[in-house]
Design a protein around this ligand. Sequence first.
Ligand SMILES: O=P(O)(O)OC[C@H]1O[C@H](O)[C@H](O)[C@@H](O)[C@@H]1O
Length: 237
Amino acid sequence: MVGNPSSIPLVFPVFGKGKAPHVTAALPQHGFARISQWKLIESTEVPDAIAAQFGLDHTLISEEYRQLWPYEFSLTYTVKLTADRLETYLRVHNVGDQAFDFNTLLHTYFLIPDASKVRVVGLSGHDYVDKVHQQTPKQQGDVIIPGEVDSVYASVSSPSLDIRFGQEEAAGGVRLERRGVEDIVVWNPWVEKAAGMADFGNEEYHRMICVEAGQVAEFIALAAGGSWEGGQVLSLL
Ligand SMILES: O=P(O)(O)OC[C@H]1O[C@H](O)[C@H](O)[C@@H](O)[C@@H]1O
């Protein structure tokens, strides 16, 4: 699945469409990780918690992607779930003898009661790239969804954000804590863009928001043999 409420497609090794002359230019939007077949490494169940690890490496992606992005890599995706908490971490390991650089993002889709009432708390005062209006304004107050939103907040200082489902405390929500990743993307395609997306129902935009933690403003450079890890912790408010 590329992305539907509620899921977390993994963006790697490029966010959006790569730009020439960067090596990712010919890759599909958001890279190949979300459209490749991962393998289950292990799963464990203990009382009140379940955890699983999945792997993807250069031997598991298609020949086409291997040629377009000719690096030897190993990704390990770890998921831990309890009744009120979901932790997801991605480890990127350069197992080859050539350096590479990459973007990555946990493209989290939250299924919410009403997109017109949701607010993302914790980004006020931050500069951001408004990809819809091609502007770089400063966030004033909470992020709301008045229409199509596609905003990139680079190097966010607040370690956690609250996705509140409404004004009142009782409306509930989710806390997103970043772990080793700096950037946040907020996205809702709204009417027209949703209608043009094959894997997205025309009315789904009413009940979703993507709040995506990752490293997308700049590529991360990974030397031969190096590794990197980042992730997020989601908990109920
Ligand atoms: O339609 P997709 O390839 O899944 O991308 C969905 C969205 O992902 C991110 O949020 C980007 O910032 C958006 O520009 C993009 O439209």
